[in-house]
Design a protein around this ligand. Structure first.
Ligand SMILES: [Zn+2]
Length: 501
């Protein structure tokens, strides 16, 4: 089924062509009820149980606008620095599809609720401003399930089932302006934008933004034109990309593919394309409909939408601290350099570190544990940091035990071993594994004397004034005590002993 595309290696493609990207992100809003009726907007219910005459499109039923969906959309618009329309109308988008019971979709066309904003994203330590064209509301469609075929697609299926539970769930579409000038970074910028938008929507509390469950999904537009030509190429639209990594890969693939088309003297076809998770490729879907194919007209069953200025200002005042502002505040409070903050974000560790600091750890210690030892453990087990079975409070406790000298770094790592293995709290693990630092002089002196006796040549060097050589003796003491010695106290004792000798 899939064509084999000819590709130009990425670096070569980008050396001769300049990409322009654009993103259309669909967000299922987390309202209790659907966009135009009182049916529950919940996931996971039995098929066709969350439906009513309105969302089933039965004759005589009339839609009513969901106030919470409007509120959420205005909040999104405000957080994206958009202008909020004081008057706008919904439009009817006409097309036939079996999972759309009314044979039209109520959407917004030439009168979107929010327009002309922007979102700043960080790529490395560079800030890129992404223009926002519009934020509009529409209703989602139902879901078709094709039964009996090998692929789960309609071709080869014995029959198809339709579930209308999702039909009518409020869906916000956030459309960027075209983003030129990102060069080789285009795929990374696309990913950074979706990441930032996801974090923003999460903080606003308007959606659960789970990409893997389809509550956040992206259409990714990509075009390329010869460098220096001053023109933009024809764009393709890769539909329903549903992970951050896939957003990045789909842009990259389209740049490589379109470069090969242009190199061969061909032209890029304006079309929608499907992204394939398994190999990171895209294949053609349908050729893109023009707006006139949908015969848009103002929805006659709904009154115009006219949010008052007072309401909009009330919503503006109610906005929570947004991710970029929070990051700037935390960075200032923590005194960490830009690179550290970028590393924390990339590792998905910002909230973990914030919670660890809130539980009493120093910012530098919290950063070190999460980005160092715990990131390594997460990589080894192939899980996200947040999925490790250790809480920020437990990490803060380990940091406190290190700060008070009850644990050294090596013992602290063993305590984390125990916590990760499910042996209980850090204090439980210290008690059951007997991991506390030995700082008691009488216990340490026995090990110190043994180390000196076993390393007479090194001891002689230290006696003659080469105190740096004492490190080897400290190492011997650590081995002798199974790593539990208080290293700085051991060093003091060694120097005392050898000075006295
Ligand atoms: Zn309904």
């Amino acid at each position: 089924m899939t064509e084999t595309a000819t590709l130009v290696p990425y670096d070569e493609a980008i050396s001769r062509y300049e990409p322009v990207i654009g993103l259309e992100t669909h967000v299922e809003l987390g309202t209790k009820t659907k966009m135009f009726c009182g049916s529950p907007a919940s996931f996971g219910a039995d098929p066709n149980s969350s439906v009513c005459p309105v969302c089933l499109g039965l004759p005589g039923s009339l839609p009513v606008i969901n106030r919470t969906a409007i509120e959420y959309t205005i909040k999104i618009g405000l957080a994206l620095n958009c202008s909020i329309a004081s008057w706008c109308r919904f439009a009817r988008k006409n097309y036939f599809y079996p999972d759309m019971p009314k044979n039209f979709q109520i959407s917004q066309y030439d009168e979107p609720l929010c327009t002309d904003g922007w979102l700043d994203v960080m790529v490395g330590d560079e800030q890129v401003r992404i223009g926002i064209e519009r934020v509009h509301l529409e209703e989602d469609t139902g879901k078709s399930l094709h039964v009996g075929g090998a692929t789960g697609r309609i071709h080869g299926a014995d029959y198809s089932l339709v579930d209308y539970n999702r039909a009518g769930i409020p869906l916000v579409e956030v459309v960027t302006k075209p983003v030129p000038g990102t060069g080789a970074l285009a795929p990374v910028v696309a990913r950074a934008y979706v990441t930032e938008l996801r974090d923003l929507l999460r903080v606003l509390g308007v959606s659960d933004v789970r990409m893997e469950e389809g509550s956040l999904r992206c259409d990714v537009n990509t075009s390329i034109a010869p460098r220096g030509s001053g023109t933009w190429g024809t764009r393709t639209e890769t539909k329903n990309v549903n992970s951050l990594r896939s957003v990045e890969r789909s842009v990259r693939f389209e740049i490589e593919r379109q470069a090969a088309v242009l190199d061969a003297g061909g032209r890029v076809v304006q079309e929608t394309r499907h992204f394939h998770e398994d190999n990171g490729s895209t294949t053609p879907g349908r050729s893109k409909e023009e707006a006139q194919d949908y015969r848009y007209f103002p929805e006659p069953d709904l009154v115009p939408l006219a949010p008052s200025r007072e309401w909009v200002e009330e919503l503006r005042a109610s906005l929570p601290e947004l991710p970029a502002a929070r990051r700037a505040r935390l960075q200032e409070e923590w005194g960490l350099p830009d690179l550290d903050m970028t590393a924390l974000r990339n590792a998905g560790a910002l909230d973990l570190v914030a919670d660890t600091v809130a539980a009493g750890a120093g910012p530098a210690e919290a950063r070190n544990w999460w980005l160092g030892e715990l990131s390594r453990r997460a990589n080894e087990s192939g899980v996200e940091l947040t999925a490790l079975p250790v809480t920020p409070a437990q990490v803060a406790r380990v940091a406190a035990l290190v700060a008070s000298g009850e644990l050294n770094d090596r013992l602290a790592r063993q305590v984390l071993d125990g916590v990760l293995a499910g042996e209980g709290s850090p204090d439980d693990v210290v008690a059951t594994r007997g991991l506390a630092v030995v700082s008691d002089d009488s216990a340490l002196l026995a090990a110190v004397d043994k180390a000196i006796a076993a390393n007479a040549d090194i001891a002689a060097k230290v006696r003659s004034g080469k105190t740096a050589a004492a490190g080897a003796l400290v190492g011997a003491v650590m081995r002798e005590t199974g790593g539990r010695a208080d290293a700085s106290r051991a060093r003091e004792l060694i120097l005392e002993r050898l000075a006295a000798g």
